[in-house]
Write a protein that binds this ligand. Structure first.
Ligand code: MIG
Length: 842
């Protein structure tokens, strides 16, 4: 026992030291002695028998794959990659006695032969974008202790890049850290970290992708390695930004910008575009650990409706099940889930159930009959658990090297996990979701999928767990970080198979790069504190810069006791996040919108209603994220990449290109500085305008979140609603905010909101351009693109000039064809009901 303790202490010390360890002592890859060229790129042969592939995937995308002291393996497989057949990109190869250069129309990869150093340059300007600080390296002698018990499971590999004086770093997915990662160091190892605070690292997800930005020029770097990985952006040395992993390959993708938006598009091409979730996923959601029995769920919905608060989804947390057995319902709490779902459905509310990876380890009781009914999820499972029976019979559960079942402890007690690397196991898991769809459940929430294990959260106890991994029989060291990705994949593909006419809606806690193909996410177990609230903005924007557009956080915070002010300020961010859900832990103080009194409830209602009015705008921006990889919830630097004043700005955010929000993140604060990038900005509430390029002091009483519209934009809004689809969208208002030249533009995206038909062109995209004319404004409506036919509705236009009381409005039926008209009629219109009107000044 004593000995074991010592081992653990020692191993822990090693973990703590690792990121600070000096990678300069690692073995360096040998110099280039020859190279061969193929239609994909070049392969470098090194003096130490190492091989390096430099593969051209696109004019702005190059892959570097190194194999140390041995030839490149013939197998090549990653769970993250969505697209591997990139063909026909022209490139040239040239050489001198010291260098080999691979060049596309956009990018030059200069390989110095001795020592082997790789530079990435812009093909046109020859400007250096990124350069090796030392050759790629590997830990041949075991200098760096790894966190694995089995040293053969992997060897540390690293790449080191020169850190430039003005270089900023963004990305790495879900990090409890500020937006600009310069001078930081980070570890990726999916971990269940309830109550995390800023600086806690790692937390739930692993997205080993970052963006470097210097003086407006950006590049991307995706280190596709699922082992425990390390990123150091100038933390341990002024000279280098390095990354490495405890095993696997040196295998990275370099993206040439210069624009971040372009990099995000390419990253989405490589790792997958987020499919559109159903429109109702943008609706307001309410959760708590846990609402039960059914009568309590009904009461929550009744309260929402009675209080005129919008609501689309209620979440059922772990207590709906029979003693935490996934794919079952506890019928003493939910006698008839389907009837409940239908009843709530008539009030416009859908149910989402939590599904954890832990399957109760339950050998059948002696003589217990097998489940033969079509709906075993509603039958008692105390003697026999159909999910365990089936998975065991098919041998889908994870096992240790010894062949013994791996038995972690999670909510059901002793449990087993599925080997989701097995295609048949994924199919089985996906098909099990029939148990939910048959009972009217609309979406699936995956939790605990790091995977969390109450016996040991570090993963050490799981190191000898083997996954099939396409026949590689690899261990936990490689598979932990992709476990959630594959579980989400099984879930998504199952929902798609079972209900092909509906878009799947999946939410996950843990992830690896590529997760956006299958799931949306939320940021796990936050605290109900102001510190945690302030992290919302850098976390959401960072996730957006890491290929995960559909993000959100438990509104009000998950752990602890909140208060009305915190809840209101939390909604003032969350009402514009893609995932808008209030959630609370088991013993936490209640925090539904009405729990702190009418004053706060009235303000929250205002913001929820505004979210629904903004749905045409939010959905248009979400579709942009699907198509282009550019997220909805953005840091300012994404839209103003040439403006260095935005590079570490993370207490403001933008929605799409047009809305800018500067929330209040501290108690008792009623005003703040807001930074305005260049251009004209309109106060959303008053219509007053600001000239950008500087900061202005803005008042923000509790009822108000400072919110501004970019001059040059047009915001489409729909009717106020209490759930998606409550009313036909019979009219869309286009609010026009002219820029300094009197121009504005937008597109509106629409589709049926629920089927996958949008992938086949069944959508409608309407583009609107506005210019100032002598008498007023000329509006150009272009011919809509796509085959979707919306119901008959009218278009209304209002010009928001600098004088808020002098507005021009007009309205007509959507002609469905190109049309130009002039707005000349000037009439004062009812000014927007600001929250002040109902909230009062406090
Ligand atoms: O060990 O299902 O992050 O949202 O309410 C805690 C119970 C397990 C963690 C999730 C949280 C959820 C809770 N879960």
């Amino acid at each position: 026992m004593k000995r074991l303790n010592l081992v653990i202490v020692f191993a822990f010390a090693a973990v703590a030291n690792l990121a600070a360890q000096d990678i300069t002592h690692l073995e360096k890859i040998g110099s280039v002695v020859s190279f061969s060229q193929s239609d994909r790129g070049v392969v470098l042969n090194c003096a130490d028998d190492s091989q390096v592939l430099i593969a051209v995937l696109a004019p702005d995308l190059v892959r570097v794959r190194a194999s140390f002291t041995k030839p490149l393996p013939t197998t090549d497989h990653s769970w993250a990659i969505a697209k591997s057949n990139w063909s026909g990109v022209p490139f040239t190869v040239s050489e001198t006695s010291t260098e080999i250069t691979v060049a596309t129309s956009e990018l030059e990869v200069v390989i110095h032969r001795s020592p082997l150093l790789i530079d990435f340059r812009d093909a046109r300007s020859h400007e250096l974008l990124n350069a090796d600080e030392q050759p790629m390296a590997y830990d041949a002698k075991g200098l760096l202790s790894t966190t694995m018990f089995d040293p053969k499971a992997g060897m540390f590999v690293a790449a080191s890049k020169k850190l430039r004086f003005d270089e900023h770093f963004y990305g790495l997915g879900e990090k409890a850290a500020r937006l600009d990662k310069r001078r930081g160091k980070f570890v990726n190892w999916n971990s269940d970290t309830p109550g995390y605070t800023e600086g806690r690292d790692p937390i739930y997800q692993t997205i080993p992708f970052y963006i470097g930005l210097q003086r407006g020029v950006a590049y991307g770097m995706f280190f596709d390695n699922s082992y425990r990985s390390y990123f150091d952006f100038g933390h341990s040395s002024q000279q280098r930004a390095w990354f490495g992993a405890e095993g696997g390959e040196m295998n990275y993708y370099f993206f040439h910008g210069p624009s971040i938006k372009k990099i995000l598009g390419r990253y989405a091409d490589l790792t997958g575009h987020m499919p559109l979730p159903p429109l109702w996923a943008l609706g307001n959601q309410q959760s708590r650990w846990s609402y039960y029995p059914d009568a309590m769920v009904e009461e929550v919905v009744r309260q929402y409706r009675e209080r005129d608060l919008p609501l689309d989804v209620v979440h059922l947390d772990i207590d709906y099940m029979q003693a935490y057995r996934v794919f079952t319902f506890d019928t003493s709490r939910f006698a008839n889930p389907k009837a409940l779902a239908e009843k709530l459905g008539r009030q416009g509310v859908k149910l989402v159930t939590i599904v954890d990876p832990g399957i109760k380890h339950q050998p059948p009781a002696e003589g217990a009959p097998e489940h033969r009914s079509a709906n075993p999820e509603l039958e008692p499972q105390a003697k026999r658990y159909y999910v365990f029976d089936q998975g065991l019979a098919k041998n889908y559960f994870q096992r240790r090297k010894s062949g013994a079942l791996f038995i972690p402890s999670v909510w059901p007690g002793e449990s087993v996990f599925v080997d989701y690397t097995l295609p048949d196991a994924r199919r089985w898991w996906g098909d099990l979701h029939r148990a939910y769809l048959d009972n009217g459940i609309a979406g699936i929430w995956n939790d605990m999928n790091e995977p969390s294990d109450f016996i040991d959260q570090t993963g050490k106890n799981q190191m000898d767990v083997v996954s099939n991994d396409e026949g590689e029989q690899s261990t936990h060291a490689k598979n932990r970080n992709v476990f959630a990705l594959l579980m989400a994949r099984a879930t998504y593909e199952g929902l798609e198979r079972l209900r092909p006419d509906k878009r799947p809606y999946v939410i996950t806690r843990a992830a690896y790069a590529g997760i956006q193909r299958y799931s949306t996410m939320w940021t796990g177990d936050t605290n109900s504190t102001w510190e945690a609230l302030a992290l919302n903005i850098p976390m959401f924007t960072t996730l957006g810069l890491s290929g995960e557009p559909f993000v959100g956080s438990d509104i009000g915070g998950f752990i602890g006791r909140g208060n009305g002010e915190l809840l209101v300020r939390s909604y003032q961010i969350g009402f514009l996040a893609p995932f808008c859900r209030n959630h609370k832990e088991l013993s936490g103080y209640d925090q539904e919108p009405w729990r702190f009194g009418k004053f706060y409830e009235d303000i929250i209602r205002k913001y929820l209603k505004l979210r629904y009015e903004l749905l045409p705008f939010l959905y248009t921006t979400l579709e942009e994220a699907h198509r282009t990889g550019v997220p909805l919830f953005r840091p300012l630097l994404l839209n103003y990449q040439d403006d260095p004043d935005t590079y570490n700005l993370d207490d403001q955010f933008m929605v799409g290109n047009d809305l800018m929000v500067a929330p209040i993140l501290k108690p008792d604060v009623r005003s703040r500085f807001v930074y305005f990038p260049k251009g004209i900005w309109y106060d959303y509430w008053t219509g007053g305008s600001y000239v950008g390029g500087t900061s202005h002091w803005i008042e923000a009483d509790l009822y108000k979140v400072p919110m501004f519209v970019r001059g040059g934009s047009i915001i489409p809004t729909g009717p106020e609603m209490n759930y998606v689809g409550e009313k036909p969208v019979s009219s869309i208002m286009f609010s026009i905010y002219p820029d300094e030249n009197g121009s504005a533009t937008t597109t509106l995206y629409e589709d049926d909101g629920q089927s996958p038909e949008y992938r086949r062109g069944v959508f409608r995209r309407t583009t609107i351009n506005v210019e100032r004319s002598r008498r007023g404004y000329i509006v150009n409506l272009s011919r809509p693109v796509g085959t979707f036919q919306p119901a008959q509705r009218s278009f209304r236009f209002q010009i928001k000039t600098h004088d808020p009381f002098n507005r021009m409005v007009t309205s007509f039926a959507d002609p469905g064809v190109a049309r130009t008209f002039e707005i000349t009629e000037i009439k004062p219109i009812r000014t927007r009901r600001t929250p002040k009107a109902i909230g009062g000044n406090r």
